[in-house]
Design a protein around this ligand. Structure first.
Ligand code: NAD
Length: 250
């Protein structure tokens, strides 16, 4: 099956590296014009833009902190002014501040909720109007298997990622009459800078719980995001798709 997103405009938050970068490259490879949002690392975002344009695609990088309403407003205004439409939003930006609950500071909790959940709220709200006007759109939220099963040391992250799943279901119901689908992807452990900080013992313990016996690659998550962004996924909404080497089977 060939996925064709020619003429579509996609925005990927936190698209400068890791899973977001792979999704941006995959969407552009399918023909979409891609806006790569980044918070601080302009070099990584510009490098992703260069990778896309060198391959013959179209991309632009825009700085914005997704947890800040004014930044999100500017991000969407700049996107719409430049490209005139928005077809796909991938809410990918995310952070971790891992520690056991007893040691977790309010700031550890607030920062993770603000980026990982509030950011999804702000961006989804901003996408609703242009997608409604177009009578169609795709919103893809990057949750995590940790939002499904929890993890010691990640109460803040699990709360945000579980929150995304509830948010996905509610907004899918609200947006369905406008032909906008909203789905979540729940990756397991994917080989990115986020997981590169794991120690050898933790990594070994994780691998023992993955039936396929390896971490996932960002490109494997990107393939699912690309499918969800395509016409082939038109009848799927409000769902959460795990992509985790078999870690969580429901
Ligand atoms: P990463 O740290 O490599 O990338 C995250 C990106 O988000 C970075 O580019 C970062 O700059 C950006 N970002 C962070 N805060 C931001 C903000 N306030 N505004 C804009 N951008 C911001 O991590 P990754 O592994 O590529 O993770 C991408 C997404 O996938 C995250 O939501 C993460 O929680 C989720 N996820 C990752 C894994 C994994 O194993 N790597 C597993 C499940 C879910």
């Amino acid at each position: 099956m060939k996925i064709d997103l020619t003429g579509r405009v996609a925005l990927v938050t936190g698209g400068g590296r890791g899973i977001g970068r792979a999704i941006a490259i995959a969407l552009a490879g399918a023909g979409a014009t891609v806006v790569i949002n980044y918070r601080g690392n302009s070099a990584a975002a510009e490098e992703t833009v260069a990778a896309i344009t060198t391959a013959g695609g179209s991309a632009q990088a825009i700085q914005a902190d997704v947890s800040q309403a004014a930044d999100v407003e500017r991000l969407f205004k700049t996107t719409l002014d430049a490209h005139g439409r928005l077809d796909v939003l991938v809410n990918n930006a995310g952070i971790t501040r891992d520690t056991l609950l007893l040691r977790m500071k309010e700031d550890d909790f607030d920062q993770v909720i603000n980026t990982n959940l509030r950011g999804v709220f702000l961006c989804t709200k901003a996408a609703f109007r242009p997608m409604s006007k177009q009578r169609g759109g795709r919103i893809i939220n990057i949750s995590s298997v940790i939002g499904l099963i929890g993890n010691a040391g990640q109460a803040n992250y699990a709360a945000a990622k579980a929150g995304i799943i509830g948010f996905t279901k509610s907004t899918a119901r609200e947006m369905a009459p406008r032909n906008i689908t909203v789905n979540a992807i729940a990756p397991g452990f994917i080989d990115t800078e986020m997981t590169s900080v794991l120690g050898d013992a933790t990594r070994k313990a994780i691998l023992e719980n993955i039936p396929l016996g390896r971490l996932g690659q960002p490109e494997e998550v990107a393939a699912l995001a690309c499918f969800l962004a395509s016409d082939a996924a038109a009848y799927m909404t409000g769902q959460t798709f795990a992509i985790d080497g078999g870690m969580v089977m429901s």
